[in-house]
Write a protein that binds this ligand. Structure first.
Ligand SMILES: [Zn+2]
Ligand SMILES: [Zn+2]
Length: 358
């Protein structure tokens, strides 16, 4: 047991100093090993977070497979909630004991992107959990007030873990799609964590949602989340038929493309003239074939949408605290069972988001 930090003037004494913590570190492609490493020490401006839960996301699958920047020994996990255990400077003492949800990237707060509030584009700060800095498949992580948002008592720690990635990603994508009430939006890959919550958000904003999935067993959950129609194993024909039934004879107003390569062409061809395709997911990183003629003639827009900012996360916390959105943690695994959580994600054996708890 690590003693709670005590305030003894500047800098704040870190009650965890010299202790070790348990992490799950990457030991070869898609394999993890339980390891003890030193608890990180917060420096000036930093918060030490005792992790409550960490979501398991498709991004982690890519990282664990060696397709991103993470190398052997990396501690992945970027969907983190926890409690502020100690702080690195006296100006942060008000954070001690605060329950927080974290944005997955720690930004610098000073570069042109940060000043313009495009913090997901910052490349001067500590970086992205798991890719650049130690992630949340651990007992502790470092954070700072630029990526931490306090959560109210009516949001539990398991839910808080994936509010930024699992919910904020969809919020940002829907905003990028420039939709108006009663518009018809296509959400692909809808049974995953981002997809399921994008469906909930779209419903909340008064949109009509065509959700697609390869998983028939997710149909009921997607209808409960607010889908107007669910299509299993979508094709352009099936999507356009449903869109026509909803009064969109020339296709959907926008598509939130959460799969990337598998359904990009299908989503693009399902758009009405002037339609927007927002690229969010990238389950199989590869170059996409784009039909220039189709895009030109129909004046389509293809928009990339990155991860949530702190402002997005604050909005998500408000939506959840007020009961407008009900995030769903489908599976909860112990941290040591991280390989089981990955296996479950790989086999798509559940709807929504799974988390691990230390
Ligand atoms: Zn994620
Ligand atoms: Zn910056």
């Amino acid at each position: 047991m690590i003693a709670r930090a005590t305030v003894l003037g500047a800098p704040i004494v870190d009650g965890t100093a010299g202790n070790t913590m348990r992490v799950m570190s990457l030991c070869s492609p898609a394999q993890f090993v339980s390891t003890q490493i030193p608890v990180p020490t917060p420096t000036s401006g930093e918060l030490l977070i005792r992790v409550t839960a960490c979501g398991v996301c498709g991004h982690d699958l890519l990282a664990a497979s060696g397709l991103l920047s993470a190398e052997n020994g990396a501690v992945l996990g970027h969907e983190i909630s926890g409690t502020v255990e100690s702080v690195g400077s006296p100006d942060l003492t008000a954070w001690l004991g605060t329950r927080v949800a974290l944005v997955q990237r720690r930004s610098c707060g000073e570069c042109a992107d940060c000043i313009a509030k495009h913090t997901s584009q910052c490349r001067s700060g500590p970086g992205f959990y798991g890719d650049d800095i130690q992630g949340g498949f651990a007992e502790f992580v470092l954070a700072d007030p630029r990526n931490a948002v306090a959560i109210p008592d009516n949001i539990d720690g398991v839910t808080a873990a994936f509010l930024s990635c699992g919910v904020g990603t969809g919020l940002r994508a829907l905003r990028a799609a420039k939709l108006e009430e009663s518009d018809v939006v296509l959400v692909t890959g809808a049974s995953g964590g981002v997809g399921l919550h994008t469906v909930q958000l779209a419903k909340h904003f008064g949109l009509r949602v065509i959700a697609t999935t390869s998983r028939e067993a997710s149909t009921e959950a997607l209808m409960q989340a607010g889908a107007t129609e669910v299509i299993v194993d979508p094709t352009v024909g099936k999507i356009r038929e449903v869109a026509a039934r909803l009064g969109r004879l020339r296709g959907v107003d926008a598509a939130i493309e959460i799969t990337g390569a598998p359904l990009f062409a299908t989503s693009l061809r399902s758009l009405a003239p002037g339609g927007r395709l927002v690229l969010v997911g990238n389950v199989r990183p590869e170059v996409l074939a784009l039909d220039p003629g189709l895009s030109i003639v129909k004046e389509l827009q293809i928009i990339g949408s990155a991860h949530a900012t702190r402002e997005d996360l604050v909005e998500v916390v408000d939506l959840v605290a007020s009961g407008s959105i009900h995030p769903i943690a489908s599976r909860v695994f112990a941290l040591n069972d991280l390989p089981k959580a990955f296996a479950a994600l790989r086999s798509r054996s559940y709807t929504g988001r799974a988390v691990v708890v230390p």
